[in-house]
Design a protein around this ligand. Structure first.
Ligand code: NAD
Ligand code: TDX
Length: 342
């Protein structure tokens, strides 16, 4: 791998991946293709060497553009997507375009030029597990997506499988659990609560707060994607997770404690419609086959570093904070504050 095309490289995970590659693999050049939706920010790439990272502003649905960019690189790593579940509930249409049509266009370009493709997907395609279910998701779990977001991601995954099977495209898929770390948009759970506190607003917890997410540091996601890209078996799916199951209320309490607030200094708000109860990843295949291990296994330490990053980068998130909170007010699950439970 000397030159890779990273789509969605101005978003949270894509930009962290570009930074990780630049740091860990000095011989690799990166072209970022990003259409710069509300979630894409060129500032996420600031400070990276111009001779190794080039930003092209454009759409993964633009076949002509892909026809020029794809043959110039050794591999495409697709992070580009519409990614926020709440937005998908309020307005599903953009999700169809980016997460389904976009994947098809990328597959067609990789097929035409015989270029290696890695598709970044989510654990949400497998639907949720019950809180008392002892099992975790594996590569063999059935697809059971439940939100407009996860159903479009599932459709994208199916296209990748079909293009491998039918046309012999050299592709792999990874399905990861919830990432946290720097450069995550303030609409997502952890940054929303941290920045609410920094703005003097109370954090907002959906439903009963017992929903469980399986947290992984974004640098561990980057290292896993690199292993799959360079050593994974073509046609295979790998689940990425770091044994990080935590309830939302536990994560919120950890944030409040780390930021010196009382444990009950937050609002319970109306639940997300169709809110998935629990995700949990069994990463055995990735560990056994590729020997991958997460490095950031201390969640409290990772959370403190993430809080410090948001404290020290107000200029990065403040310009989008008000619009994000206004968007929450307009969305389906508008955040009515519920009677206190704590
Ligand atoms: P993000 O919303 O922060 O970034 C998405 C990026 O894609 C943005 O820069 C946006 O401008 C770009 N984009 C959107 N549509 C595009 C298009 N048509 N053409 C070109 N660029 C486009 O997302 P993220 O959290 O970094 O997620 C990246 C990928 O990882 C997504 O595929 C998501 O489904 C997957 N994923 C995310 C998580 C998580 O916890 N955030 C977990 C598992 C999987
Ligand atoms: O204000 C909030 N309060 C709250 O209780 C927000 C924004 C979220 N939540 C809850 C909902 C979820 O149970 O926190 C949990 C995490 O919410 P999100 O950050 O919206 O993430 P999630 O819905 O789990 O989806 C994320 O992980 C999988 C990413 O956004 C997806 O892109 C990824 O595929």
């Amino acid at each position: 791998m000397q030159h890779i095309l990273v789509t969605g490289g101005c978003g949270f995970m894509g930009s962290n991946f570009v930074r990780w590659v630049v740091r860990e693999h000095p011989d690799v050049r990166v072209t970022v293709l990003d259409v710069l939706t509300y979630a894409g920010n060129p500032a996420n790439l600031v400070g990276l060497p111009a001779d190794r990272v080039t930003l092209v502003v454009g759409d993964i649905c633009d076949a002509g553009l892909l026809g020029r960019l794809v043959p110039e690189c050794d591999a495409v790593v697709n992070f580009a997507a519409e990614t926020h579940v709440d937005r998908s509930i309020a307005d599903p249409e953009p999700f169809l375009r980016a997460n389904v049509e976009g994947v098809m266009r990328l597959l067609e370009a990789c097929r035409a030029h015989d270029v290696r493709f890695h598709h970044v997907s989510t654990d949400e395609v497998y639907g949720d597990l019950a809180l008392d279910d002892p099992s975790r998701l594996t590569e063999d779990s059935p697809y059971r997506p439940s939100s407009p977001y996860s159903s479009t991601k599932a459709a994208g995954d199916m296209l990748v499988r079909a293009w491998v099977h039918t046309y012999g495209v050299r592709a792999t898929i990874s399905n990861c659990s919830n990432n946290y770390g720097p450069y995550q948009h303030v609409e997502k759970f952890i940054p929303r609560q941290i920045t609410n506190i920094l703005c003097g607003e109370r954090p907002k917890l959906y439903g009963d707060g017992r929903n469980v997410r399986d947290w992984i540091h974004v640098d561990d996601h980057s290292s896993a994607v690199w292993e799959i890209l360079t050593r994974g078996r073509i046609g295979e799916t790998y689940l990425i997770g770091a044994d990080g199951e935590r309830s939302n209320i536990d994560v919120l309490h950890a944030i409040l404690e780390a930021m010196g607030r009382d444990a009950d200094d937050f609002d319970w708000v109306r639940d997300r419609p169709g809110h998935d109860r629990r995700y949990a990843i069994d990463p055995t295949k990735l560990r056994r086959e590729l020997g991958w291990r997460p490095q950031h296994t201390d969640f409290a330490a990772g959370l403190r570093e993430t809080i410090a990053w948001y404290e020290n980068h107000r200029d990065w998130w403040e310009p989008t904070k008000c619009a994000t909170e206004e968007k929450y007010c307009q969305m389906v699950q508008e955040h009515t504050v519920m009677p206190r439970k704590n």
